[in-house]
Design a protein around this ligand. Sequence first.
Ligand code: FA5
Length: 347
Amino acid sequence: MSLQDQLETLKTQTLAKIAAADELSAVDQIRVETLGKKGPITEVLRGMKDLSAEERPKVGAFANEIRDLLTNAIEQRKAELEKVALEKALASETLDVTLPGKRLTHGTRHVLTQVMEEIEDTFVGMGYQVVEGQEVETDHYNFERMNLPKDHPARDMQDTFYISDDILIRTHTSPVQARTMEQHDFSKGALRMISPGKVFRRDTDDATHSHQFHQIEGLVVDKGVTMADLKGTLEVVLKELFGADRKIRLRPSYFPFTEPSVEVDVSCFKCGGKGCNVCKYTGWIEILGAGMVHPDVLKMSGIDPEVYSGFAFGIGPDRVAMLRYGVNDIRNFYLNDQRFLQQFKGE
Ligand code: FA5
């Protein structure tokens, strides 16, 4: 086959290949194979040295013509394929500005935060200061200053997680009482404080117990504070929380840091005291522990019990929230399940 014929066949075959290529990479491949240094055109041009002087320019011109033609065909196919790719991208990435936007869901404060803030507001309205305690406490403040010396049997009710022999995560918010009393300057007036926060116990988790829960401690110390002040204060707060027609009841109880000590019940907000499943058919719901600050606790904080007296209480807001909203398992508060939490939208 003459060189011209070879070039002619190459042209036909390559043009067919170019037309069939449907990817940019395939077109590039054809360019390298046909026009590259090791391709057939270069081969033909190399073979020209064997041609006669008459034939050489003709074959040379024809070879250049074919090379230009194929180069153009390749460029054109590339441009076509690039256009198709662009159109495809534009079609798939279209932004429809008329579509409705995606709604951002609003988070809400946790239901326990809401209940605690509500209780705080009531006390702030009565002139109490809110004191932040610390979750990691010493044995000294958590127990000893609360009249629970080492080996006191009442420590068993509040077993906890120890970090070392003397450092623990607090079992109640009561240590804040001691920390606040020892700082208070009575020449500036009475001590009235509440302290909300997390507490921890080695309790087995069940529907009404969690190893981590919350308390709001309350403490009032002044000259002439009596049990009547405690009762009046709690009555106001519990009516605010559970409804104006609620009654309260004090039952004798025992805490090492108060004397006398009481458990405080509120008349059932569901049945009004007749008896139902919420109040376990007693008509009353236990809400908190309280009492008159033990004289030894005052003394340990440098306060003279002959001059000053006080009351203290510890509310469990987890239980308050359960009762108020009919939540039957305390663990719901700690599972971070949106379906549960979204039901308490707050304001
Ligand atoms: C105390 O912790 C006392 N410090 C309260 C107190 C303060 C009494 C000041 C007198 C003066 P108690 O162990 O009863 O007491 O706990 C108080 C409240 O915390 C309970 O009424 C209950 O509402 C809540 N509570 C106790 N244990 C758990 C628990 N495992 N899970 C959820 N709530 C709990």
